[in-house]
Design a protein. Sequence first.
Length: 433
Amino acid sequence: MSTTLLTPDALALQRWFRSKQRPIASVAEFDRAPVGSTAALSVLEVAYADGGAPDHYLLPTVGGRDPEDGDGAWTGLVQALAQGAELRGERGAFVCSATASLNEILPSAHVAAAALRERRLRVEQSNTSVVLDDRLILKLYRLLEPGVNPDLEVSTFLTDAGFADTPAVAGAMTWEPAGGQPAAAAMLQAFVPSTGDAWSAVLRALAADPDRAVDMAGEIGEVTARMHAALASRPSDPAFPARAATVAETASWRASAERQLALAVGAVGGEIHDRLVALAPVVTARFADTFGSATGEARVSRIHGDYHLGQMLARIDDGGFSVIDFEGEPARPLPERRVPGSPLRDVAGMLRSLDYAARTAARGSATFDADGWLAAARVAFIGAHGGVGTADAGLLEAFELEKACYEVRYEASNRPDWLWLPLAAVERLIEAT
């Protein structure tokens, strides 16, 4: 097969295309499998001018074009999942499966799915999501990464472990190329009616009732504690350990943190660069002292890996929160995203997100006390999570420092006028001890 469905220029403009910094040499159809009578799943092979390994992307089509709501492409996929179908192409197959949750959500799904209303979400980025009758949500993984997908793996584990604060997994689809390693292509989950993500919910509360926003931080802490407990609930599962950190693991944490600091220093110039250079020896020493003494005290398990307010839904039914998107940091290779880590890394990520919420609210109000609110929100979140003992306090601060360094680099590339926020966090965390 060689039919090009997207030109290199058109592909580079897609929000779900990941390698925007690599020059594309060619785009060709590598495989195609029919879905029902009108839809198809194409696999595009993207070759790069730098000579590196090609990538494979999933492209659903109807009559050679992008599916529209009501075309039946998405309901056809749900039917295939319900039937445990194998959608065969010339160079591989899409293997579908369903869980017991699908029949609970949609009895006789292999037939009933055909009548579901399709509503594709238009806020997609690296994936494509489709809501079906406000009962199910289908997530398509556009980049077909060989190996175990942590989003599907962790979501399935949490569903099986009875963790109710993440959407139940109802089915999955895997692309299995002939002679190659399987890659996750889609996940079907229960749809959670929500008012949006927790970021928007907290900002609304900050504008109307900051005390309520503090309570929300506590509720998020409780959900986070339950998530971490569930992830550590089956330590005999080799993919989900719960144990003390090894010397190699704490050394890797130090190396990762020092790399983020170096990248942050290199990402900025002028006065901000000078400030970071002056801070760098103190930050480096903090990383060395903290991570160097963490072995024997720090614990590791599977974690979320990219935890912030945007990774939670604010549920409508009970006002609670559901955790979503367990893919980890997209910039990291897939195997790295499956490596066990410290739950405190998730805690640090959420604390940094609360800081961003406070500073965002302060920009829209001349009277809002961002520092006072953040102090109360941190106490509420950490307390609800179970508190932080003396041994963990330094480790948590080190993870926050690392995250703030990452944010410096992010803001330098995307929002230079926000560089003050993570830089202030670095300075504040250094002064904290």
